[in-house]
Write a protein that binds this ligand. Structure first.
Ligand code: ATM
Length: 212
């Protein structure tokens, strides 16, 4: 039987450069550990019905059920994603790299005035901690500036005030230590992308023993 793999998560506000960092990491990790599975949350392929509905809501094509209900949908979609994609891959010895996970639920729920304890309770049936979660940390101002430069089409969460609130919620979550998101670290996302990637690799090496 193959050895157990690893589960790595990247987090960040929109415009943080998280997706760029994932694109940097995939070849680096593939070079070091043969089999990398890149995935994301919400996992919104049609086979994950709840994840697919979430995407419709985010695009404004389906009615928003309210922020708390929406976050609970993210958790329901997560359960499917864990059972069908993440856990089988990790158990099969793969290195799973996931764009967003539980820290997003904590931060986005908190940014709307919700409580971390609510999110903790919603996870009673899908408590599967990542080996390490790295926040690509940029200020809300820098994220907004990058989004204007990239002329990004606005999605539901992309307003500047939201960015400020979500950034604040991630900072609050970092301060809770391991309480809600175990092994939660950050890299300075305002440096040039190569340096950010090196810093992320340093963090990953601390947590994934055979990543050399
Ligand atoms: P992406 O833009 O990374 O595909 O994510 C969709 C949105 O879903 C993202 N909003 N922005 N910006 C973050 C949000 N989200 C939550 O609100 N809760 C969650 O649990 C997850 C995984 C994502």
């Amino acid at each position: 039987m193959s050895e157990k793999g690893s589960f790595i998560v990247l987090e960040g506000i929109d415009g943080s450069g998280k997706s760029t960092q994932i694109d940097y990491l995939v070849p680096r990790l593939t070079f070091l550990r043969r089999s990398v599975v890149k995935t994301r949350e919400p996992y919104d392929e049609p086979e994950n019905e709840v994840g697919f509905r979430i995407r419709q809501i985010l695009l404004g094509e389906e009615e928003n059920p309210g922020y708390s209900e929406l976050q609970q949908m993210f958790v329901a979609a997560r359960k499917w994603h864990l059972e069908n994609i993440v856990i089988p891959a990790v158990n099969g010895g793969k290195l799973v790299l996931c764009d967003r996970y539980t820290a997003s639920t904590y931060a986005y729920h908190r940014s709307k005035g919700g409580h971390f304890d609510d999110v903790w309770a919603w996870h009673c049936e899908c408590n599967y901690p990542a080996d390490v979660t790295v926040l690509v940390r940029v200020s809300a101002e820098e994220a907004a500036r990058r989004m204007v430069l990239a002329e990004r089409k606005e999605e539901l969460f992309d307003k500047k005030e939201s960015l400020i609130a979500i950034h604040g919620a991630y900072e609050e979550l970092l301060k809770t230590g391991d309480e809600y998101v175990p092994d939660f670290r950050f890299a300075d996302g305002e440096q040039n992308p190569e340096k950010v990637s090196e810093d992320i690799m340093k963090i990953l090496r601390e947590y994934i023993p055979d990543l050399w």
